[in-house]
Design a protein around this ligand. Structure first.
Ligand code: NAD
Ligand code: GLY
Length: 372
């Protein structure tokens, strides 16, 4: 019997609607061995039609009980996509539309994203676009998706020339983060999620950085209570930012710390070869190095950034990429304005800024430290 160790949560406030994030440890099983994920999400399903979108890795782990229990109350269909960042594309979205059309589902349908950030982003985008917008619910099953991608309504797919280039802002009806799903997550994926956790500390809260320096070993050892506490803190940071700037016209851009450098790595190395979180980790080091060249961080600060990433078994050095190639890939970044690359840099540990006010040569220096 699984006993719920904690059931916690918070509310995200957005212009379209407010919605809850429920953080629990045992929604995958209740006292009868049945899924209670269904019980948690059922109140947020408005119509009678449900489409669960998942992938061929997560489905064998968590789909059956969720599907069976929901089927007692709703018309439930399932769309199982192939697993992988390389399938975060238009063909997968078309597959979701095909199931929705074949089943004659209409505006009453609720899409349920059961999986990590790839499934969450695609399901959200399908929900945003099918019949000009239907409801969806996020059940994030990776640490990365629990602390970041399931919250805040960014949805979308990749283009061959750039990450997340096609998408929409579309908020879910609720988010259910069940820490116990992390028990089946590969260690490398757990580390990738920790990169986004560390990101919040570096951009927003030095006290959280200190907390992580103490608690990362417990998180690496899958202490679900500590992980749950970290998820709650991260979701609160993100909810606060999204409430101020849902459409990323200002402060939300800070959440992309490390991502401009990281997207270069992901695109250059081929989607899925470097995990998103791994690329963000190496990208955060590059952003910290540039911040140090600008005189904002000390060499010791940069070393501290590397150490905390190493505590989470994350890479701190990007792969070799030719500087001109890196600059060209950076040119596709969504933060580029009037042809100028803008980056999130650190004024100090715990304080980030979006800026184009840096010498291009310093950026080239940072890129050439690791160039081919
Ligand atoms: P992912 O969705 O690819 O999941 C990682 C791997 O873990 C996959 O193989 C998946 O099948 C598997 N998996 C998922 N849950 C599991 C579980 N409980 N047990 C065992 N295996 C499990 O990757 P991710 O790191 O969750 O998400 C990365 C994606 O999120 C990227 O596409 C990135 O662009 C996107 N993202 C979006 C936002 C946003 O705001 N929308 C923010 C950050 C990242
Ligand atoms: N992951 C960055 C954002 O949601 O804005």
């Amino acid at each position: 019997m699984a006993v719920s160790l904690f059931l916690d949560g918070l509310t995200v406030h957005t212009q379209s609607h407010d919605y809850p994030i429920v953080i629990t440890e045992s929604a995958t099983e209740d006292a009868t061995g049945q899924s209670s994920m269904a019980q948690q999400i059922a109140p947020y399903i408005n119509g009678r039609q449900v489409l669960i979108v998942t992938n061929d890795t997560v489905a064998p782990l968590y789909l059956a009980s969720l599907e069976d229990e929901l089927a007692a109350h709703f018309t439930v269909k399932v769309c199982v996509l192939p697993d992988g960042e390389q399938y975060k594309n238009q063909a997968s979205i078309n597959h979701i539309y095909d199931v929705l059309m074949d089943e004659h589902f209409n505006r009453d349908v609720t899409l349920i994203a059961l999986g990590g950030g790839v499934i969450g982003d695609m399901t959200g985008f399908a929900a945003a676009s099918f019949m000009r917008g239907v409801n969806f619910i996020q059940i994030p099953t990776t640490l990365l998706s629990q602390v970041d991608s399931s919250v805040g309504g960014k949805t979308g797919i990749n283009h061959s020339q750039g990450k997340n280039m096609i998408g929409a802002f579309w908020q879910p009806q609720m988010v259910l983060a069940d820490m116990s799903t992390l028990k089946t997550l590969p260690a490398r994926e757990l580390s990738a999620g920790l990169a986004e956790v560390i990101k919040y500390a570096l951009i927003m809260d030095i006290a959280f950085l200190e907390w992580l320096e103490t608690n990362l070993p417990a998180m690496m050892a899958l202490d679900l209570a500590v992980l749950g506490e970290a998820v709650k803190r991260c979701c609160q940071y993100k909810a606060d930012i999204v409430a101020q700037d849902e459409r990323e016209s200002g402060v939300r851009a800070l959440l992309n710390f490390g991502h401009t450098f990281g997207h270069v790595i992901e695109t250059h190395e081929g989607y899925g070869n470097w995990l998103h979180g791994e690329a963000v980790a190496a990208g955060m080091v590059q952003a910290a190095e540039l911040s140090q060249k600008l005189g904002w961080l000390t060499i010791e600060d940069v070393a501290r950034v590397k150490r905390v990433l190493e505590l989470a078994s994350l890479p701190t050095c990007p792969p070799a990429i030719e500087v001109q190639t890196a600059l060209r890939l950076m040119g596709h970044d969504k933060k580029v304005k009037h042809g100028q690359i803008r980056l999130i840099l650190l004024k100090s540990l715990g304080e980030a800024v979006l800026t184009n006010d840096f010498d291009a040569e310093l950026l080239t220096d940072v890129l050439s430290q690791h160039s081919a």
